[in-house]
Design a protein around this ligand. Sequence first.
Ligand SMILES: *[C@@H]1O[C@H](CO)[C@@H](O)[C@H](O)[C@H]1NC(C)=O
Ligand SMILES: *[C@@H]1O[C@H](CO)[C@@H](O)[C@H](O)[C@H]1NC(C)=O
Ligand SMILES: *[C@@H]1O[C@H](CO)[C@@H](O)[C@H](O)[C@H]1NC(C)=O
Ligand SMILES: *[C@@H]1O[C@H](CO)[C@@H](O)[C@H](O)[C@H]1NC(C)=O
Length: 482
Amino acid sequence: MNQPRIQNRPIQISGNLICGVIIAFFVISVTRTQSYMTHFSDQSNESSCHVGTYIENVCRKYLPNTNENVPNTHEDVPNTNEDVPDAHEDASTQRIDFNKSIEMKYFKRNRNARSVTCSNLFRGDMSEITKAKFIMKTVKPVRMNLEVLIGLRDRRKCAAFINQRGYIVDSLTEEEQDFPVAFGMLVHKEIELVERLLRAIYRPQNFYCIHIDAKIDRKARAALEGVVGCFPNVFLASRSIRVAWGSFQVLEAELVCMRDMWQHQGWKYFINLAGQEFPLRTNYELVRILQAMDGANFVQSSLRGAKPSRWKNAPPIPLGLRKVTGALHIVVNRGFVDYALHNQTAIALFNWCRYTKIPDEIFFNTLNHNPQLGIPGSYTGDPDDGFMKPHISRFKIWRGMPFSCDRFIRRVCILGMNQLPVLVRRPEFFANKFSLEHDPYAYDCMEELLYNRTRHQYLHDRSVNTCYYSSLWQYKYRVPGH
Ligand SMILES: *[C@@H]1O[C@H](CO)[C@@H](O)[C@H](O)[C@H]1NC(C)=O
Ligand SMILES: *[C@@H]1O[C@H](CO)[C@@H](O)[C@H](O)[C@H]1NC(C)=O
Ligand SMILES: *[C@@H]1O[C@H](CO)[C@@H](O)[C@H](O)[C@H]1NC(C)=O
Ligand SMILES: *[C@@H]1O[C@H](CO)[C@@H](O)[C@H](O)[C@H]1NC(C)=O
């Protein structure tokens, strides 16, 4: 019992050091670049759970390898107390049995990356990075064979596939079961990543809509059809639109999935994703956080940063709405989706967006920042406050932000091994974006991390610190409703 603790001490020290450096980093960056909306600040002194404290908690809790400190499940099982009446004893034994069977089914195997030691990479260990880079240069990584996915169109193969890939086909906890989430996904390439993302976020109570770009090749489409058909709650969007970046079609494609999703009952929040993203939160964390948000939407916005050239050729905006731009990545409640799809004002705004540039960065953002419309969960505060209203739905490194990055594509960082120490302690919901061609091991390690956290939360620690999230202004200044 003593040994792991001794082993872990140097890790904790270096972890705290990293934390310190990161916090310092934020402080510096806050003073340097206001416009890039650094995601943390210590300005909120209103509650004891202010943002700086949160980072420290995250650091302590998710430090790689801390899982090894956790006693194994046998010790977690409560001793049967002799005073407890029989009935109680039965119930608790049953519960333990249930946990045990899930453990055997989903959490027996490790999902450790091949070839590299992720826990070292998450610590930023230079020799591990050097080693991993060497491997990356010399060894061709094992890639998924699309034929396997295409073969799934023969449904008899689904059960073996689901089992072999380790999909979690149990909602795991009551909280998660009672809080289904709807995911829309826009896909135009990297089919392997799409399947791996689905595996990461899949739970039987959730819903998944995949919009395949009309220009995708036939083989890729067949592969996705194969995967999708194996699950009752995963489906392809009813229409495939040919999407060009920045065009009106991006917004249209988003709305296809939203509309399809509307047919399904019971989900509480809608989240839109792209195929090259990966979760930073487990499903359990996501549910606990969203529960605590009480309907608040997460939609990025800027009023001052909005470029008038975007609507230079547009007629006057309906109802004189306040024009806001921001990222496409949204996390919104069911009432918001209802409004966006059905209300006359939203439809008028949607049609107005046809005359704008990059309308996918205008439509949802404008809806969410006109509180006079009364849209559930929309925002009544200052749209430009990136400190207290950070872009929590996505961690994404743009060129010019104070994070290191080895490779930018269209000004967006392709996340790799060098970003793992940052990723492990970010509070955002998802990270954008990954590419197997550029760095397969970073993705492998993110899978390992998410899997470990899921297991750890299921078996050992069901506490989630939602206090950071509920101290954000998205929560504080929200229009009530869901
Ligand atoms: C911040 O909170 C601390 C206690 O946590 C208090 O002592 C201090 O006065 C507060 N500062 C401001 C500026 O409100
Ligand atoms: C399984 O174990 C966790 C943590 O030990 C406990 O909180 C939970 O109630 C158990 N779940 C079930 C369904 O028994
Ligand atoms: C995940 O858990 C396994 C088994 O305990 C461990 O070997 C591995 O280092 C962990 N990985 C991370 C990134 O925490
Ligand atoms: C549409 O929204 C407006 C306010 O934004 C509201 O007054 C109106 O009742 C809504 N229409 C419907 C059909 O819900």
